[in-house]
Design a protein. Structure first.
Length: 373
């Protein structure tokens, strides 16, 4: 057994040495969706924790759909690759469930900038309260995808659920993607969208004094970074931040980088792939807008951080929570067992995801019910 353990440790060490979100040994990609991927890191023998059966059923559907390893694709190829959201819908079909959008929530797309990608999808509950014209709380939501892939269509489930369950206006922000638009374009768009929401909340049927920030993965990073931007630029402070498995720590020696190196649908090699495409220079990964654990985190709103056990970003959320506590912020962080990255929109078919939804919704509901100071 000892030689095997040594070999695994050596492979892990090789991964840590060669894999980085900041890609220190490589020039960054061209600004083209057809730019070829970076060289793949050496394989690692470490296997992730076992997924719960309902989570595994979604992962099995992802394989059935023919999803290819994202780290081997160009951005253009990855953008049409079957997604975890597609796999969740396939799991719903397998159970005889409808995949039609919940008609209890309506959507409208509106621009917040001049680029075609700078628009927001506005979710509103089709309820008597909404029809009566009473101002509703507002959630500015940022989708995931490593700032390279995915869009508001891919990440429809979570904002639709939040709008319905919280009787809230949810503004799901689309933003420019890398590598066509590299860092900090995505952060600039997130900040611009927040300003736009503050200016237009009332006309959207929302209460401008009850605005929260939320996001998943890269979007979870944007939610926290936007709260920092609001603090530093004299904008209205959001009442709460919900960061779901956020990108927050550029270190490649974090525990989850190793124990979930071969996880699905996100693995550690994909972090290198995303960094290769979104960065202009290797130094970008150390920027505090990305490496949030090194940002000035003081004076941020109460924050809820949701993580999945089987996720190379799990340690990001855990270390971000620790850094925020050190800065004096009120933060709660919870890691849900047996589930993977991208689980948050799978509450209809994955019990762990449902539990995460219930937890997050309760935190937002309490934040909206708290009187402004």
């Amino acid at each position: 057994m000892k030689p095997i353990l040594v070999n695994v440790a050596a492979a892990v060490a090789a991964l840590v040495a060669t894999t980085s979100m900041t890609c220190p040994a490589l020039a960054q990609s061209a600004r083209s969706a057809d730019a070829p991927p970076p060289p793949a890191p050496p394989p690692v023998a470490t296997q992730p924790a076992r997924a719960a059966p309902d989570m595994q059923a979604v992962l099995d559907q992802l394989a059935t759909l023919g999803s290819r390893p994202v780290e081997t694709l160009t951005p253009a190829q990855a953008r049409v690759n079957p997604s975890a959201a597609d796999a969740a819908k396939a799991a719903m079909v397998a159970r005889g469930m409808s995949t039609a959008p919940d008609p209890a929530v309506t959507t409208t797309d509106m621009p917040y900038g001049s680029d075609p990608k700078q628009f927001a999808r506005i979710y509103k509950p089709a309820t008597a309260a909404a029809a009566a014209g009473r101002p509703m709380p507002v959630i500015v939501y940022y989708h995931g995808g490593g700032w390279v892939i995915a869009d508001v269509d891919t990440y429809d489930a979570a904002p639709r659920l939040l709008s319905k369950q919280l009787n809230a206006v949810v503004v799901s922000v689309e933003y420019r993607h890398a590598p066509e638009f590299k860092f900090p374009a995505q952060h600039d768009d997130a900040f611009a969208a927040y300003r736009w929401v503050l200016q237009n909340a009332a006309s959207l049927g929302g209460d401008p004094t009850k605005v929260a920030l939320a996001g998943e993965s890269a979007g979870g990073n944007l939610a926290v970074a936007t709260a920092i931007y609001a603090r530093d630029n004299g904008l209205a402070r959001p009442v709460h931040i919900l960061a779901v498995y956020p990108i927050a720590n550029s270190s490649m020696t974090l525990p989850s980088r190793t124990d979930s190196a071969n996880a699905k649908p996100l693995n550690t090699a994909m972090l290198k792939w995303f960094g290769y495409y979104y960065s202009t220079t290797p130094a970008d990964g150390a920027d505090p807008r990305i490496n949030l654990v090194k940002a000035d985190l003081h004076g941020l709103p109460p924050t809820t951080i949701v993580n999945a056990q089987i996720d190379p970003l799990r340690s990001d959320g855990e270390t971000l929570a620790a850094a925020m506590r050190t800065a004096g912020d009120r933060v709660e962080q919870r890691t849900f067992p047996g589930v993977t990255h991208e689980m948050f929109g799978m509450g209809q078919v994955v019990r762990g995801a449902h539990d995460a939804n219930v937890y997050a919704i309760a935190k937002l509901k309490a934040a909206f019910a708290t009187p402004m100071r």
